[in-house]
Design a protein around this ligand. Structure first.
Ligand SMILES: [Fe+2]
Length: 279
């Protein structure tokens, strides 16, 4: 099996409440938008009305933050049903979430926590991805998270673990280029070697975002522009994977829409240059 060929949607931004009025009042010049699934679970209300209007004009992708695919608790059945209902209603180009855990004994920890990269956790994640894909009736994409610690129990590298999950669960990869860079700096591995270990045909989407530099470590804060080293890594990613659908993530200190569009336009320019270089 392999990842169903996903469309290349171009360059998009997140559908955030700060920009709802602009999305409602006119055409926002982006190729597509990413909606945080959980923000649109509630039927009726303003978020669904905005999403309804936007999906008439633009392709939509659903991105979840609390599936906790690697967590110790059983998957939350109510959450899965809400996600299925939303996906049926939105008809997104695809659905994604994170390769992490974020619940413990029924409590959401509001963090995307890294997993130990072992055969045991691999089997655990693969089985749960199967459960999610069966419920949704579609393949999902899983995103690499940034991390600040590693488990001494790990027997696999992060990149091999991610590639193995995708192969065994037959799902796709949302490659967050910023997260690769942040984790590479925090743990001292080679970010380009990470990219080279990820199978080209599994990557359906890229994320780009800003981090903050705390000297001893980088923090994945999504509150600032993409940095120069991440632009450079993105160029390498496009050279390897092609002009994959790309999102600028900006979740804190969200700027006015024109500034966000400027960042997305820069991603387009970098990607187009990389495609020319690779030709
Ligand atoms: Fe991301």
């Amino acid at each position: 099996m392999s990842l169903a060929r996903l469309p290349r949607l171009g360059h998009g931004i997140g559908l955030r409440s700060e920009h709802f009025s602009e999305f409602l009042s006119g055409d926002v010049p982006v190729d597509w938008v990413e909606a945080i699934s959980e923000n649109f679970f509630l039927q009726g209300g303003r978020p669904r009305a905005v999403l309804e209007a936007v999906r008439q004009k633009l392709p939509v992708v659903l991105h979840g933050v609390s599936l906790s695919i690697g967590g110790p608790d059983p998957l939350d059945k109510q959450h899965l049903q809400q996600l299925r209902e939303l996906a049926r209603w939105v008809e997104p180009a695809w659905v994604s979430d994170h390769l992490c855990w974020g619940t413990h004994r029924g409590r959401y920890l509001h963090d995307l926590l890294p997993l130990p990269f072992t055969e045991e956790s691999l089997a655990h994640v693969v089985a749960r991805v199967g459960q999610v894909q069966d419920t949704l009736g579609r393949q999902i994409l899983l995103e690499n998270v940034s991390s600040y610690l590693t488990f001494s129990a790990s027997t696999l590298t992060e990149w091999d673990f991610l590639a193995e999950v995708a192969a065994r669960a037959d799902c796709g990869i949302l490659l967050d280029v910023n997260n690769v860079y942040v984790s590479a700096r925090n743990h001292g591995f080679d970010a380009e070697a990470y990219l080279k270990a990820i199978p080209v045909d599994r990557v359906g989407q890229f994320h780009l975002a800003g981090y903050s530099d705390h000297g001893t470590h980088l923090l994945d804060t999504h509150d600032s522009p993409v940095t120069d080293p991440v632009w450079a890594l993105y160029r390498e990613a496009v050279r390897r994977f092609g002009p994959v659908t790309t999102l600028i993530e900006w979740d804190e200190h969200i700027p006015p829409l024109p500034r966000l569009l400027e960042e997305s336009a820069r991603a387009r320019a970098v990607a187009e240059a990389a495609v020319r270089e690779a030709a």
